[in-house]
Design a protein around this ligand. Sequence first.
Ligand SMILES: [Zn+2]
Length: 280
Amino acid sequence: MKSPFTLLSPAEKDCLPLVFDSPHSGIHVPTDFQSNASAAQLKTGWDAFIEHLWQDVVAIGGHLLHANFSRMYIDPNRAPNDIDPALVDSPWQGCQPTKYSERGMGLIRRYALPDVAMYQQPLTRAEVEQRIASYYQPYHQTLATTLEQLHSQFGAVWHIDCHSMKSKGNAMNIDSGASRPDIILGDNDGLCAGAEFVEVVEQAFVNLGYNVVRNDPYKGGYLITHYSNVKANRHSMQIEINRALYMNEKEFTLNDNYFNFKKDLTSVANDIAKYVSSNI
Ligand SMILES: [Zn+2]
């Protein structure tokens, strides 16, 4: 892994205050990572091909940031202190576990899959701090700086946090066993993005024939709550895409619909870019 992240930026003349980020695109794990879970089990948390599916956003003026490290090593879509104390070998007052840690999916995963523990023994605090400093923070600093620069240049910024979801949730997911829609848009029940913006994104998918649900069950995670401030014209929302639309979920290979679906996402990105252009 050359860098913990990749940032693709548009040509200066095309630049819009529009940032896409994909925190679960990475598959690489550093050499210090030793897990009980098999490579195939670790892969299930990978939002495979998401950075490729959205890559055309750069040609239309957006930035695209994606992680190169696996979320199974450390998850950028969690608060830096969302740590299950049971994962660390000594008491650590800084641990503030949330509902994600309770489900085994905090900053550092406790379970790869239901009943598949990630580690044979607890990690040291130094190991966790090293993951934060070398992988988590560089990703966040880059996202924060990009959003900040665009906001100061344009007075507003629109951020889309990109993910993919299994077509059916497992026992670690809040919608365990349920079949999922094509697209779930999360704006934390309207708190993280302006209503008009969310409407534009929803309509773009609906016009192409996709079934879209808002905030159920995914309202958006730490990335959108941390970086949004609607009153200050900082809008963040999450797009979850059903993996069955573009890949074979068992094999982690592209399916026959991949290129059609990618074309549709480029059309969605164009609608988003048009909205952003007309609001600056
Ligand atoms: Zn994800």
